[in-house]
Structures are given as structure tokens and as C-alpha cells.
Design a protein around this ligand. Sequence first.
Ligand code: S3P
Length: 428
Amino acid sequence: MNRIITKTDALRGELTVPADKSISHRAIMLGALASGRSVVRNFLRAEDPISTMNAFRSLGIAIADNGTEVVIDGKGIRGLQEADEVIDCGNSGTTMRLIAGVLAGNPFFSVLTGDASLRSRPMGRIIAPLRQMGAEIMARGDGRYAPLAIRGVALKPITYTLPIASAQVKSCVLLASLAIEGCTRVVEPGQSRDHTERMLKSMGADITVGTMRASLTGGRELQPFEMTVPSDFSSAAFFIAAALVVPKSEILLRGVGVNPSRTGMLEIIKRMGATVTLENIREVSGEPVADIVCAAPDLLKPVSIGAGDVSLAIDEFPVLCILASQADGTTLIRGAKELRVKESDRIAAMAQGLRRMGVLIEEFEDGIAVSGKAKLRGAEIETFHDHRIAMAFSVAGLIAEGQTTIRNAECVDVSFPGFYECMERISR
Ligand code: S3P
């Protein structure tokens, strides 16, 4: 399905964007491993977390969804059963990488696969630490790609220093350590999102969290929980960016998760000279939450974004490139090689689409230079079936002359069902 986006005069009004994807995945996984019944409100009913939900159902966990609450009957850290079919993780890297950690220590056989995008994403990064823990994992492409075949065995604790900051790799190792009666340590070169650590702590796990490090001694039962998932900052990011580039805009985004390990984009926006205000900051189910007010500034300054900024804004780079195209000069993004192994090669996808819209781009192996002050013109955009590429170029379409065609536009359903309707609702 293609979607046509046209220019808008202003964005105005209030929105509540859908629930956080990362937290929704973890709510299902940790609910399944808890001893007893957990209740999750405002669960994200989008393709990725539904892949996680179906995976745990096939591993013998009863999960009921009445449309308001998701109720998970957890069976404890050793309660999963062998699935009688291949587990399909769809498009979701989080599903595959975290579940691999859970399954590596469970005494049965599992096979994990996914769609074409997921089958081309690097899995060596989780297989390496899991094998150090003693896991028996086979994978396609000389141990690098899914499908993964896992024969669960008793694991041993390790100290693992991640070569790159990655919440998925960190969480994979932490979940694998839950059933090990020794202390497993993970150390990261940069801060990645810490939702797993926050939830494990609240469930009574024996976990200690420091700056860019965590250690967990397994064997302890996990307490079930009741929680409300906040709105996803990474979904809000498209509307924050849209309000900054469409003149005369002013919008309010309610109940957005503002965990500091996720909001690097706000820091970058500040350096660009724009103001985004957080109001009514509170804590919901162990996560900081705020209402976000954003309005179009008179001028956006170009910025230089380096390796230190990357992990705190990892999913926001597609839309940051759109912001950069409207800055008063050239924005340089480096140290962001990880963007090449996301749901698509996001550096190549952004470079291609922005060039089609008339922006001068220089592409590097680890980043991109985006010339600013571009007068965007509508174009046909290849999304590579990547939800964040589709949403980023939809934002660009709001300020382009003529029509912007988003190809395979339905891929937004991976994280943000109703995205186009939200956009229409606040367009004036
Ligand atoms: C995620 C971690 C990040 C992020 C992804 C979700 C998570 O991936 O890009 O969208 O939920 O743990 P990496 O761990 O590969 O950086």
C-alpha cells in the first residue's frame, strides 16, 4: 500500500501516541518468567510486541488480552515448555535477541526465525556471549544469522564487555543469567536503554546497576507485577520533529516516557536551538513520564553528532536527518555505524530518500552529512519496509512541495498503528 502525504500549514493540538515498544516486549517476557499473574495496562498492540506475545504463548504461557489489560500467568524462571513449532519473531530484533537469552538456559530445543529483514540482521552479537556462558546455538551463515537453533543447557555466569552499546545484547545476557546461581556481569561502552534493569529490580531480582554496568545473581524468584506502559518516546519523536519543521506549529504530547536513556534527541534538539518543554513530570510504573510541548522555532542550527550521542537517540536518527535538512547549514552525523544494521540500512535509506527530495547528502560508512535549508520536493520514497523510514519521510512530506509517496506505508504497524490518522488529526 502506498500513502500520499501533502504539505500542511501547521500542526496543532494534543496527541497521545501509542505505548512504548521496548517496555511492552519486556512486560510480556518478564511477566512470563514471574511466579504468578501480572497485569499490563496500555500494552502496545503492534506487530512487534505481538510477535513476543505469540512466542511466549507457544512456550506454554497463558496470556489473555481483553483489549484493556493484558494478563500473563507467569510460570517462574524455569517454567517455560518446548514449543512444538518454529518461533516466528516477525520483524522484531528485540523479540529474537532477548528470547534467545531466555531459551539458551531452558532444557529443551527451540528454533527462532523472522522476516527477510530480521534474517539479515547480525545475531553473532548475542551468540558470542551466550556461547561463552556455555550455550549451544547454531545459526545460518556460519553462526551469524537467523534462523537460530538452540539446545538449552545449564549456563555458567560470565563477565561480558559489550563491543557496542546495545540494550538488546545487554538484556539477552541478563535474561540468560536469571536461572544461574552465580553472578553475571555486563559492561557497556555507552549507555543504552535500561528498561530491563528497572523492571528486574522492581520484581525483586538480585541485580545491581551502575553506570554502564549491571550485575545479576540468578536463581531468585521474580515477583509478578501490575504496570501501565507509558507512550513511546520513539513514536513521539516523529511528531516532535514535525512540530519543529512545520511553521506555526504547536502540539502537546501526553504521557510520554522520558527515561534519560531514551531522550538523547531532546539534547540534540537543544543544541539545534529549539525548545521542547517537559511538563507534569511524574513516575509511572518505575519509568519517568512527562507531557511534551513543542513549537516551531524561527531557526534550527546545524549540529555535529558523534559517537557519544548515538546510543541515547539510536532510533531517532531517521527523523533527525529530516530536521537536519531544515537547519541553517550542514549537520554531520558520525559514529553511527549501527544504523546500517537496523530494520533496514538506515543510512542508505535516508540518503536515497532525501536525495530524491532534493537534499544534498554525503554518505559515510558510519554516518551522513545533511545539507540544510533544503526546499523539499515531493518524491516517491522507498521505505525498505522499515517503519521508522516510512514515518520520517511522512514528516518530510508535510513540508515538501507536491506529493510525497510513501511506499509500503503499512510497515508503520510494526510500532505505530494509526500513525497516519494521528498526523491527519493535528494537521491544519
Ligand atoms: C531496543 C534496543 C535498540 C533499539 C531497538 C529496541 C530494545 O537496539 O534500536 O529499536 O528494546 O532493547 P540495539 O540494542 O540493537 O541498539
